[in-house]
Design a protein around this ligand. Structure first.
Ligand SMILES: Nc1ncnc2c1ncn2[C@@H]1O[C@H](COP(=O)(O)OP(=O)(O)OP(=O)(O)O)[C@@H](O)[C@H]1O
Length: 621
């Protein structure tokens, strides 16, 4: 590390520690040693180039001033520091303008200090910022224009004095968001209802979903309010519809309980079979009547009223819930499930997912509630039946499903290790997802998809909604495809494929659509960027293709991979596969078998050249 940088770091630290009389246990931080070689307390360096990567002094009882100009005005530091974390101290400071020079910052954690005043507008120039934690301070005024930072995945700004409107974030890209206990006012921006009310509570002037208080009908002079009115018209949030949606919510809850009961009961059977097998027509007509009576009664019905004294064992006429029994659901008890709260895991474009934990059996389920499904119930049931017969260890099976005109519910085993999306875009500070693990995920998913395409091509069932949030890690940290076959593209109104296309064309497009989606996943693995993040106004695939055309190939790779020393040749090989998958013309895309073969070759090359005994996820601090 250069001498002027060392000088600046020492000045920065002296400013942080102020006149603290409390001895701070640190080593280094003097002009006579190198921060990387002498491993100064709180400093982490980039492995190969030995430059400062992170400065972390959480809970060090520091009571001086945070003055970023010390470090951000020194070019070598500004170009290497990715993480600043000084949470839970007693630091002051109200002049952060120069933070904008630290352009490589990905994580800025300054929560739990004594900061006051406005956040500078220059903060929004930190184009690489992923996580911003500024909660529990005394910040006031408007939030800067943070939505212009396309890669932001976390904003924690609760317990401050911020005021004005909440900026219009692209909430679909945010994994965490909290602005509770401030003085924000006006409507929660569109998409903000992706988060629960706890992200917004404690702001007296805030209104609209997900908060219980609706926004008032606007006066003609208020453009912001007029927009709210438009939105509320668009979203249909008049009082009748609110009542209607509340009704749906109650019905949904009743059905969720119903599903859980059926799984518990059915779990006692050891056989692996479809309950509905045998007398399908009889089953359907009686069941749907039974279900309708459930749906149109109120949630206050007792358990016995819901099931009419029938247990699942008494035959398929008890309800139209279909349990695909498997060893995993044996031994489940309904009482346990009833006690277990259903926690909302997330809301996607096509529905919501709930987590339900059965403590006694150590079993946790994920229930997906699908909305806007245009596939007729009969076809849906046939599809489930077909999917149940195609098993691959890296494709999550459906444990049970429920289907009526109004509702489609799918039950999966809960996967505890998160999704590929979270691993790539929401990793805790200091953790990396190394090259060989990324290549492993790519090859596992390609093999599993190739198997499913081979098996299900005659039935015209592609995945239909492949994306990194639908790649989940199981207990063994193996990647698994989730939601296979639930959402063929032509089942939705917003399908890019016109519904009047010939079956053949749909079939081609559905499977070729999966290839495109898989190409995007490869690009996420290679670039570390989110698929929908705009890069100079382009989606990920368009951006990568444009950069590669300009022969700046190396520019697209995740800097973590470059720093790790991953083979550029193999990254370029994988990039070429990805680019062939995202070709705009479906006919020019590779088949999944070709893709899987090419990825496996790259993986074999890679394995020959490295020590494969290393752990899959390398946590470096
Ligand atoms: N079986 C499961 N175990 C654990 N987490 C799950 C499971 N299924 C889904 N999830 C997680 O629940 C969240 C919501 O899932 P959901 O499928 O609704 O969202 P999405 O994939 O973003 O959108 P959509 O599929 O509706 O387009 C995601 O973070 C997803 O990773």
């Amino acid at each position: 590390v250069e001498i002027d940088a060392i000088d600046a770091l020492v000045g920065f630290f002296e400013s942080l520690s102020g006149n603290s009389s409390i001895p701070i246990p640190v080593s280094g931080w003097n002009l006579t040693s190198d921060p990387c070689e002498a491993k100064w307390t709180g400093i982490t360096c980039h492995d190969q180039i030995l430059s400062v990567k992170s400065i972390a002094f959480d809970s060090f009882n520091l009571s001086g001033t945070f003055n970023p100009s010390f470090i951000c005005n020194i070019t070598s530091l500004a170009l290497s520091i990715a993480i600043i974390s000084i949470k839970n101290n007693n630091l002051h400071g109200d002049d952060f303008d120069t933070i904008a020079n630290c352009k490589e910052l990905t994580h800025l954690y300054i929560s739990g200090n004594q900061f006051v005043g406005n956040l500078p507008e220059t903060l929004s120039q930190l184009n690489n910022l992923k996580r911003l934690e500024i909660s529990d301070n005394g910040f006031s005024g408007d939030l800067p224009n943070l939505p212009r930072i396309s890669g932001l995945i976390e904003i924690l700004a609760q317990n401050n004095q911020f005021s004005g409107p909440i900026p219009e974030f692209d909430f679909s890209n945010l994994a965490s968001f909290n602005v509770s206990n401030n003085n924000f006012s006006g409507p929660v921006p569109p998409g903000g209802d992706r988060f629960t009310p706890s992200s917004y509570l404690g702001n007296l002037g805030l209104c609209g979903d997900p908060l219980p208080n609706k926004c008032e009908v606007p006066g003609p002079t208020s453009p912001h309010a007029a927009q709210t009115s438009d939105n509320s018209k668009k979203n249909g949030s008049n009082s009748t519809e609110i009542l209607m949606y509340s009704g749906y919510a109650l019905i949904g809850l009743a059905i969720l309980l119903l599903i859980m009961l059926k799984i518990c009961k059915k779990g006692k059977n050891k056989k692996e079979e479809l309950v509905e097998e045998g007398d399908d027509d009889n089953y359907r007509s009686k069941d749907e009547n039974a279900l309708e009576s459930i749906e149109f009664k109120s949630i206050t019905m007792s358990k016995s009223e819901v099931f009419g004294g029938n247990s699942i064992e008494s035959g398929p006429v008890s309800s139209s819930l279909i349990v695909l029994t498997s060893p995993e659901v044996n031994g489940l008890k309904f009482e346990e499930l009833l006690k277990a709260p259903a926690e909302l895991l997330g809301r996607g474009k096509h529905g919501s997912v709930y987590k339900v934990k059965c403590e006694e059996e150590g079993m946790t389920l994920a229930v997906k509630r699908i909305k806007d499904w245009l596939l007729p119930s009969d076809e849906f049931k046939l599809r489930m039946k077909r999917l149940n017969h195609v098993k691959h260890p890296n494709v999550l099976p459906v444990v049970a499903f429920y289907c009526s005109r109004q509702e489609k519910l799918m039950v999966y085993e809960y996967q505890p290790n998160g999704s590929l999306f979270k691993l790539l875009h929401g990793m805790p500070m200091g953790q990396t997802f190394d090259w060989s693990s990324r290549l492993g995920v790519a090859s596992t998913i390609a093999d599993a998809l190739s198997f499913m395409h081979d098996e299900l091509h005659p039935d015209n069932i592609p995945h239909g909604n492949l994306k990194s949030s639908n790649i989940l890690f199981n207990n063994n940290m193996e990647a698994c495809i989730s939601e296979y076959g639930l959402m063929s593209l032509n089942n939705f109104n917003n399908s890019p494929i016109p519904n009047n296309n010939t079956l053949q064309l749909d079939q081609i497009d559905g499977f070729r659509g999966d290839i495109y989606a898989f190409g995007v996943i490869l690009l996420e693995l290679l670039t570390g960027k989110m698929p929908m993040v705009e890069n100079n106004g382009m989606d990920l695939a368009t951006w990568v293709v444009s950069v590669v055309k300009e022969e700046w190939t190396v520019e697209v790779f995740d800097r973590a991979l470059i720093r790790e020393g991953a083979s550029e040749e193999r990254m370029v090989n994988l990039l070429q596969v990805a680019i062939k998958c995202v070709d705009k013309s479906p006919e020019s895309r590779l088949s999944i078998n070709q893709v899987a073969g090419m990825i496996n070759n790259i993986k074999e090359d890679d394995e020959r050249s490295i020590d494969v005994s290393e752990s899959p996820f390398d946590a470096r601090k």
